[in-house]
Design a protein. Sequence first.
Lengths: 356, 356
Amino acid sequence: MKQFMNDRETLVTEAIDGLLRTAGGRLARLDGYPHIKVVVRTDWDRAKVALVSGGGSGHEPSHAGFVGQGMLTAAVCGDVFASPSVDAVLAGILAVTGKAGCLLIVKNYTGDRLNFGLAAERARAFGLKVAMVIVDDDVALPDLPQARGVAGTLFVHKIAGALAEAGADLDTIAAAAQGVIKGAISIGMSLDTCTVPGSPKEDRIGQGKAELGLGIHGEAGVEQVDFSGARAAIQMVAARLAPHMGKGDHVALLNNLGSTTPLEMSLLAEELARSPIAPQIKALIGPAPLMTSLDMHGFSLSLLPLDEDRARLLAAPVAPMPGPAACPWGRWRCGPCPTGWRRSSLCLRPIRRGGR
Amino acid sequence: MKQFMNDRETLVTEAIDGLLRTAGGRLARLDGYPHIKVVVRTDWDRAKVALVSGGGSGHEPSHAGFVGQGMLTAAVCGDVFASPSVDAVLAGILAVTGKAGCLLIVKNYTGDRLNFGLAAERARAFGLKVAMVIVDDDVALPDLPQARGVAGTLFVHKIAGALAEAGADLDTIAAAAQGVIKGAISIGMSLDTCTVPGSPKEDRIGQGKAELGLGIHGEAGVEQVDFSGARAAIQMVAARLAPHMGKGDHVALLNNLGSTTPLEMSLLAEELARSPIAPQIKALIGPAPLMTSLDMHGFSLSLLPLDEDRARLLAAPVAPMPGPAACPWGRWRCGPCPTGWRRSSLCLRPIRRGGR
């Protein structure tokens, strides 16, 4: 498969540098390439609780694209679909965590749980307050003891991010995040698999078929279903989510898994409004590419019970996303890597403008 | 090809309704389906100059997605890759134009030129001040007497939009738009063609090849070139633009033509910063899907000479784009259609909150 890259080995680091270059000075990274790929806010105030998330790349804008005001403090990026190392996560934690502590928001995959968990242990040995939550919103595999973390992770980022921005303490934020995780449910549907850079595309889903309950790393869906259009697709997805919904209001998150066109995504939003679960949906995030799976032609729908607090936090302002306004480009800073990768000192310096 | 739609005939109207539903009340449409597909701002102040643009659908978020603060007042949407009718354009003009007048921003295609032009004539017969500009930024076909309008159209929308929002008069805005058109240049490159809904996908671009200078409606590129990665791709595109660049600073617009992943787009931005034309680029719009061609796996690069005025106008705030913040959904208004489609009166009422 042809892709706009130079080399699979440098795809993620070059893409991160491009992201930094186009972030108008809001973002920086630690000086630890190629092993340590950590994107941080430049305007970070260590008096607040830091939010660190991440995982394999290929889900953009998650996670580096959500570093900024009201969302993440740092994103630790692995290679495509590969967990970042313990060292990388530790570097991220050390770079942004002050006395207020740090919350790690981790999707429920073995590698991520292990590496973020070990990094948390090591950070605590440095005397830092570190809490960790595991997101497991995917309802596709009801019998799996450990459900996967997918697009519902964004609910956690957004709500914890708004709380951290407002100055809430670590216990409050961790409890809110845990509450969100308890309530968040997601499922995806796709018409085609994703193209992993450097690998041939798998031709798994036949004509007239769709996969329901797929994973965001190209994992096969729970089942192949007949595909007869957008209306039936939303109804099928809604039917899988409905048994997990409580009574009361919900917020929905309509996620583009990659290459679904905006026309299709808008149409799916319209069908969602006509679906049996619509009366319970009071607010929407998207439709937009939020937790993608490279170029997958699919979507996912996530739901979260909504109360006044959550509604306020979910609507709170966030750092600007790329859109039709111009921003200056080309300048970003490479901060010292606190775990000493390519640097000798374990400096713990905050990465911020005019930093000490 | 499988797509998330119900019926080709209703694809665009259902997608527009979905867009309205997810715009948090900022957008409405005229009551003229299926022939009149006009999206308007709900917060519009007719004391200001109205900006009306549009054309065939399939380029989302252009144009309906750019209706709002600091951009368009109304978007007149045709079917996929088909010009809207004269009636539809006239309805759009009449719905939003007050004494300050209206600027039509039209991409240089025969159907659009004709239909927007005739609608302008008819609107003038109603006593309205209407000016029209034709965007022809594509440099792919140097010998063509009429260059195509592609992603550089966004420069015109953004600069005219910021001026209109600030209360500039029609002559000033039209002159600024004309100046932008004179300076804007664009070219695209794609690794695959787009999938037109309901039609089989054309398999035109072979392995190891890319098309340079393609159109945004699936028109074949000016030539097929060897594709050897992102660096060479940007260098080739930059080399085509360079002879058309004057001296001095420029703003770049890096546009995702559809299904290029955010990883690839960020990497292309990084390569742009390493390209020979980089020293002249002082600001960037994107990378983002701005003027897409359905699901085309490609990008385009546009350039515009930059001065202080343009820099300020290009950085001016715009209405929020879909991102990670939640907004209430489900409510939007259907305004009366001023050309009387499905309505008996030619009412000329402004489509605004609490309107007369």
